[in-house]
Design a protein around this ligand. Structure first.
Ligand code: F6R
Length: 614
């Protein structure tokens, strides 16, 4: 949430910053700004409401010189999105500039204190308070900027990733982090900083991930030095980045979301690579397997996640309970952390997160850890905070997901959960060998079947054209297709702004059925399998009230063809793998509806990838 980029070296800082901001725009796009130093003692400081392209337009022919600078793309927390609240913010004496991700919780107290000492503020932001505090400490204590930042942060409560520059010193950046990620890229003779690695990967693969409570002094003269808030020095640990630049480009697609939808046969395959071999009856998740006895002995597994990852968790509940017969509870991380949950030492807490940075999921992990539970993670972003906070975990290997609406991360999460359920079932002997074998072969065939499901693109576009002006939509499913319905509804509302609800099909008659009239499209997952007949009855109930029924059905289902207003056929598979296939047309439908409504598919309003505030 909010993007940070910074550079110091010999290159043209403007190029690095603008390119970096464009790559980071998926993290926030309310406003953007940069501050650079060309002549020491003078900032080139530009910021405005809107996207990075607005900033470029605003800067126009004004000077862009300088080889040090900081840039920010904002997702508003304190104060509306406008020019004044955009970052960077400068100190009262105009000497220091700061960019900030996160929330300073005690900003009000600090603001009042600083106000008494004569500080005047231009914006509504907590960030401006922080730069005034750093200025105050620097002046009063007569210390270096690095030390002033350290001392100031000792007075701060909240979450932050910050970078500060001093217009009198164009050779250094000061950066610090707590509960909000920050990565430092180590070039040959220059340095890059990003709130994630996307603005860095083009220039270097060597990075240092700052840990909570660390402050970095990034200097062209003395290199990288890191201290903790308590002044203890830390030796930086350099790691190699795994992501490739091509993964951050659209690769010929009109939108990142469409590219990511079509990547799913490959991402699911990548996720399974080395983890399953049906021929040999092998299924294992390397990162988690040393905990398998503990999981099998656990009284229950608690899955914590938010949004789409929570939907994947619900599919996981069906899979693990059905196959491994271990009780599973699925919790919204944001609710779990605030309701004094009962967590025991023998419980397994499984956190699911694409970004690995979601603040609520992270806080829930910390709470469960304090109570002594074993914490496992399923994350996509390698090296992310959640992946480092958990005792063990498995990566989804879906590659960077840039579209704000999650697609390939969801199917990769469900794939890991399928592998986990199968691994536990095998270890426990909870399923017969022949059934296990059948399921493993079926799982191996899923990438091919997803490829086939993607061929529904044409019919999805056709159906999208019919329903693009709907004001409401209902999504129904039973069993593990209920989370698919929830996910379908979420996709539609987040990118096309059509109100949509996901419901267990049988629950419809307990309320939502009142909404149905001839204007209401009802999207139903009715594939052949356990609750097929029951869902057919639910479809009849909708039809009887003149609702329009669009069904995701198994290939060749004549009954559905006759019954539905429209049908989208997907390949046959085992019940438990239906979510991996049925999700695909829902993603495509939402995508096409959003494009037809001229919505910004990759950057929907009010949203941001990676929700690092509570
Ligand atoms: C929806 C979406 C969000 C995220 C949620 C959790 O398309 O992307 O609902 O799933 O914010 O994010 P992660 O998985 O990064 O923890």
């Amino acid at each position: 949430m909010c993007g940070i980029v910074a550079y110091v070296g010999e290159k043209d800082a403007y190029e690095v910053l603008i390119k970096g901001l464009k790559r980071l725009e998926y993290r926030g796009y309310d406003s953007a700004g940069i501050a650079m130093i060309d002549n020491p003692g003078e900032f080139l400081h530009y910021k405005c409401k809107g996207k990075v392209s607005n900033l470029e337009e605003f800067i126009g022919e004004q000077s862009k010189k300088g080889s040090i600078g900081i840039g920010h793309t904002r997702w508003a927390t304190h104060g509306p999105a406008n020019d004044v609240n955009a970052h960077p913010h400068v100190s009262g004496d105009g000497k220091l500039a700061l960019i900030h991700n996160g929330i300073i919780e005690n900003y009000d107290v600090l603001k009042k204190e600083l106000g008494k000492r004569g500080h005047e503020f231009k914006s509504d932001t907590d960030t401006e308070v922080l730069i005034h505090l750093i200025e105050e400490v620097k002046k009063n204590e007569a210390v270096s900027l690095f030390e002033a930042v350290r001392l100031a942060l000792n007075e701060v409560i909240g979450a932050y990733a910050i970078v500060v520059i001093d217009k009198d010193n164009p050779r250094e950046l000061i950066a610090a982090k707590k509960s909000s990620p920050l990565v430092i890229g180590m070039g040959d003779d220059d340095f890059y900083i990003g709130s994630d690695a996307t603005p860095i990967v083009e220039y270097t693969n060597n990075v240092v991930y700052l840990e909570d409570g660390e402050i970095a002094h990034v200097s062209l003269d003395t290199g990288l030095k890191i201290k903790q808030l308590d002044n203890q020095e830390i030796t930086p640990s350099i790691q190699e980045l795994q992501i490739k630049l091509e993964a951050l480009e659209k690769g010929g697609y009109e939108h990142f979301m469409l590219k990511e939808i079509f990547e799913q046969p490959k991402t699911i395959m990548d996720c399974m690579r080395g983890r399953v071999n049906a021929q040999k009856g092998h299924v294992s998740l390397g990162g988690i397997s040393e905990y398998k006895d503990k999981i099998l002995a656990a009284p229950r597994i608690i899955i914590i996640a938010c949004g789409t990852s929570w939907h994947a968790g619900l599919v996981g509940e069906y899979l693990i309970e059905d196959l491994a017969r271990i009780p599973v509870e699925v919790e919204y991380a944001s609710e779990f952390r605030y309701r004094n949950p009962i967590i025991n030492e023998n419980d397994i807490v499984l956190a699911i997160s694409q970004s690995g940075e979601t603040a609520d999921t992270l806080a829930a992990i910390k709470l469960a850890k304090e109570k002594g539970a074993t914490i496992l993670g399923i994350c996509n972003v390698v090296g992310s905070t959640i992946s480092r906070e958990t005792h063990a975990g498995s990566y989804t290997h879906a590659g960077p997901e840039v579209g704000v609406a999650s697609t390939k991360a969801f199917t990769a999460q469900v794939t890991v959960l399928s592998l986990l359920a199968l691994m536990l079932a095998k270890e426990k002997g909870a399923v017969e060998a022949s059934k296990l074998n059948r399921l493993l072969f079926e799982l191996e065939s899923i990438p091919e079947k997803v490829e086939e499901a993607l061929k529904t693109d044409g019919i999805c576009r056709f159906i999208a054209d019919i329903y693009m002006n709907a004001s409401n939509a209902l999504y129904l499913g039973r069993g593990s297709s209920f989370p698919v319905a929830l996910e379908g509804a979420l996709k539609l509302k987040e990118i096309s702004y059509i109100h949509a609800e996901g419901y267990p099909a049988a629950e419809m008659k307990h309320g939502p059925i009142a909404l149905i009239d001839e204007e209401m499209p009802v999207f139903v997952v009715a594939t052949k399998g356990a609750s097929y007949e029951k869902v057919l009855s639910n479809i009849q109930e909708v039809k009887a009230r003149k609702g329009k029924v669009i069904v995701i059905s198994s290939k060749g289902d004549e009954t559905i063809r006759e019954m539905a207003d429209h049908y989208i056929e997907i390949p046959h598979t085992e019940d438990m793998f239906i979510p991996l296939l049925a999700t695909i047309p829902f993603q495509l439908l939402s995508y096409h509806i959003a494009v037809m409504r001229e919505c910004n598919v990759d950057q929907p309003r009010n949203l941001a990838k990676s929700v690092t505030v509570e």
